[in-house]
Ligand binder design. Sequence first.
Ligand SMILES: NC(=O)C1=CN([C@@H]2O[C@H](COP(=O)(O)OP(=O)(O)OC[C@H]3O[C@@H](n4cnc5c(N)ncnc54)[C@H](OP(=O)(O)O)[C@@H]3O)[C@@H](O)[C@H]2O)C=CC1
Ligand SMILES: O=C(O)CCC(=O)C(=O)O
Length: 431
Amino acid sequence: MDTDLGPTGTETLCDVCTTELDRVSKVGRLADRELDLLRQPKRRINVNIPIRMDDGSVEVFPSFRIQYNTARGPTKGGIRYHPSVNADEVDELAFLMSLKCAVANIPFGGAKGGIQVDPSRLSEGELERLSRAYINEYHRNIGPETDIPAPDVNTDGRIMAWMRDEYESITGGQAPGVITGKPVELGGSEGREYATSLGGAVILDEFVDEVEMTRERTTVAVQGFGNVGSYLAKFLHERGYDVVAVSNVDGGIHDSSGIDMPALFDAYESSDDLFEFGAAEITNADLLTLDVDVLIPAAIENQITEANMAEVQADAVLEMANGPTTSRADEHLTERGIPVIPDILANAGGVTASYFEWVQNTTNEYWTEERVREKLATQLREAFADLREIKVASETTRTWREAAYTRAVESVLQAEAYRGNVARADAERSD
Ligand SMILES: NC(=O)C1=CN([C@@H]2O[C@H](COP(=O)(O)OP(=O)(O)OC[C@H]3O[C@@H](n4cnc5c(N)ncnc54)[C@H](OP(=O)(O)O)[C@@H]3O)[C@@H](O)[C@H]2O)C=CC1
Ligand SMILES: O=C(O)CCC(=O)C(=O)O
């Protein structure tokens, strides 16, 4: 199925996206046509991919690529492998990518992809066949100037390498800019592997300065110890924060005097088991309600919800995962004066470094790790400053999320207007 949606396409945005869009729409007095453009993806593609398994049987894996908004540039966003991935989830993630690229001020639209699979069940060969088959099915829809995938949950540089190779064997020639998050030896950027986390650390530093806290006395709990959570815990420890809890899908560990992160990294590398480290064990539910300065969901969506929002004791939330807070919980935290640094700012370091990778691929000029880190920090500090300015200047903007949506929606709609897709005259606006 390949759908260019008209204004009658179904809406599948999550409640927090819809709530925030409605709020921004009311304040900005957006026209119906403008809202339609934001509420639905431009193109949804889904393919059931048959794969021959090692035992000779054939399994079929549903897969998706959703290109949400193309006004600001080629679409950009990761590919997720997870048993529960579905079209609605990918819609929402693609919507968030469209806003995130605008918040980070990089010239991309937003997309997201996914395969409904539990990759831990697959052999290396099956994983490679599935990854290559995904590109085989979608190669006409992606490309360095159209839609550029990247890693997300359960995907990594090795998978990006197979995907680049498959794309080039189908299309002929070299096309390093078709995908980002590649290994450095294959045209990847220095620093991309940890950029989401480094970006999160830069944003948290800015926030801590803003509210006049000091890093040294700031305790943090990080849910998720994958690419984003583990590097973030490391960076925050190096910057002087006290990382008191971390977790993976099986649960977590807690030490109120601060976890020795280098020692944990060494232990985890060999055991792949947080519990073997010997610190007190906690559940993911416990972690989310710990009495810490900053709670950092860095795993999957819908973690702070109506069920646990009243028990959240943190003084602030840094959303490193996409969509970890539901709308009701977001409102509740706001009422209690707990600031939430939204996903589309907090985790924008990943796509920003992906943009740098794409620029390097396009110019064939490669940068040092130091240059990437400096440029990343500058870009994210500017993004934070832009949102602070909106918050300070506006009497109605209460939260960082509202500021981020305000900035992103304005930027996307300006681009749509310059393309002639919407008229931005007051006469067009509905009340
Ligand atoms: N990778 C990137 O560049 C970017 C990622 N993000 C977002 O960050 C989040 C994490 O992504 P990433 O680190 O790449 O993914 P990974 O697959 O590398 O890691 C995910 C982590 O979350 C844990 N986890 C999975 N399910 C649960 C659960 N139900 N409860 C608690 N923990 C769970 C996993 O545990 P286990 O290790 O045991 O499997 C793992 O530690 C996602 O929301 C992603 O969309 C956002 C921007 C960029
Ligand atoms: O690096 C990218 O292009 C996208 C990363 C991503 O999927 C995300 O920010 O959620």
